[in-house]
Design a protein around this ligand. Sequence first.
Ligand code: ZN
Length: 223
Amino acid sequence: MLEQLGEDPTREGLRQTPARVEASLKWLTRGYGMNVDEVIGDALFEEKHESMICVRDIEIYSMCEHHMLPFFGRAHVAYLPNGRIVGLSKIPRVVEVFARRLQVQERLTDQVAEALCRVLTPLGVGVVIEAYHLCMMMRGVEKQNSKTARCAGRSGTTARPGMSSSGSCTAAASRCEDRARDRRLPGDRARGRRCVPSLGDACRACGAQPVERRGRAPYRYRL
Ligand SMILES: [Zn+2]
């Protein structure tokens, strides 16, 4: 590769570079050797807690699978427990399992939501990831400050009364929606419940507020 770029691989500074790159890539993709069950271990607890649990500002560093360039930012994860909770420190570690692979932001968001859904069988899960992509910042469009946001919502138990059979609406969502009805912005009513209002509304745990709802764009939050 160095030769193809027009470099001299025998140059002193580059002699160890192939080995360093190999080691670094292994580290950056170590998520392939991790799995959610191992990471969570025995940190699952039966608990009657009913409020939304929200962990925000989880740092993420991942690699875009198209260009093998980093993307990085923050993940916000919330769930509404259904008799089971997970140790809070485990949530960033679950994010890490999937972030430390070759990824696209959309899949990363979905995988975190699905994993938590499977392990916790919660009433609902919401995941928002905001990230800067070096493949956009350093090449291509060269937009330095464009952040991309992705949301994923899952309902954990579809058998509950009052929940949509489509699975795209969660009990968490409707509860938040009831609470936040007065604060809703125009257009939300028309959109009904087929979005991720559990995250679109202020989080009861951390108070994060949505700041922008335009067209079909993902929700964005004041961090
Ligand atoms: Zn890319």
